[in-house]
Design a binder for this molecule. Structure first.
Ligand code: PGA
Length: 261
């Protein structure tokens, strides 16, 4: 079962995950990270930046693969996930730009883009640690309800709810692209460690469905139940609908310190 960790703040969540990422890099300089975008992972990137600043390590060989990208935004669009990853991850952490990959949402080359991304992940030896957020629809990456648990990187249509949620990043709601290219649930499930974060009451229902609900394509988040190494890091509000919360707290409180997440 997934390990559920309830923390007091986003900052604490970021520090917990960043410490784990740092340990990975110390053990394997060319660690492969799966990178999420959106608001949720920002505390991890901030904590990593702080960790690298206060105690520098060589991150020149660190590699990364973003989860998803919008389709059809002009190159360099500030809200394309390529631009977001370049800004919030590559520049902020001092990574090697050529080591960090984002699915290509360019219309001209879209047909082969999913398969090419899968090949690149495979050639890198797979993803060691995949950072994930979750949408109010339950999506992981942009795998909206109904996505196959076996799916690989491909083009999807964003759910209206997800478009509305992402409208805050665009001048008008109509500017949010309708299509995206996203790692599939099958791609995500092949990562060796999944770390799913969620903050706020808006995510509580999706988290309860992912952790405790039936395993169903109607709740893409429930795919985590099929993975052998999952850590779910939540604030109190996002954890509020978990039926077995007391047990999860008990497990965490009694965990040997050496185990890590
Ligand atoms: P958010 O998005 O981190 O901006 O809340 C999460 C998601 O849509 O997966």
């Amino acid at each position: 079962m997934a390990e559920i960790v309830v923390v007091e703040s986003k900052r604490a969540a970021g520090e917990l995950v960043a410490a784990s990422v740092r340990r990975l890099i110390e053990a394997k300089a060319d660690t492969v990270l799966g990178l999420a975008t959106g608001s949720t992972p920002l505390p991890i990137y901030a904590a990593l930046a702080e960790s690298f600043r206060s105690n520098p390590i060589d991150v020149s060989r660190l590699r990364g693969f973003a989860l998803d990208e919008y389709v059809g935004l002009p190159p360099g669009h500030p809200e394309s996930y390529r631009a977001v990853i370049d800004r919030d991850v590559v520049a902020a952490l001092g990574l090697t730009p050529n080591n960090i990959h984002v699915p290509n949402g360019d219309l001209a080359t879209l047909e082969g883009a999913g398969a090419a991304y899968e090949r690149a992940i495979e050639a890198a030896g797979g993803i060691d640690l995949q950072i994930l957020g979750i949408g109010r629809t339950g999506h992981l990456g942009f795998n909206e309800p109904g996505s196959s648990f076996a799916s690989r990187t491909r083009v999807k249509t964003l759910a209206p709810k997800s478009r509305a949620d992402n409208a805050r990043f665009f001048p008008t709601p109509d500017d949010v692209p309708r299509h995206c290219i996203t790692q599939g649930l099958g791609t995500i499930r092949r990562a060796r460690h999944l770390v799913l974060l969620a903050f706020g009451a808006d995510k509580a229902a999706a988290i309860a469905a992912a952790v405790e609900g039936p395993v169903t394509a109607s709740q893409p988040g429930s795919a985590i139940q099929l993975h052998e190494h999952v850590t779910v890091v939540l604030d109190e509000a996002a954890a509020a609908q978990l039926a077995n919360l007391d047990y999860y707290r008990y497990i965490w409180a009694n965990k040997p310190a050496w185990q890590g997440i």
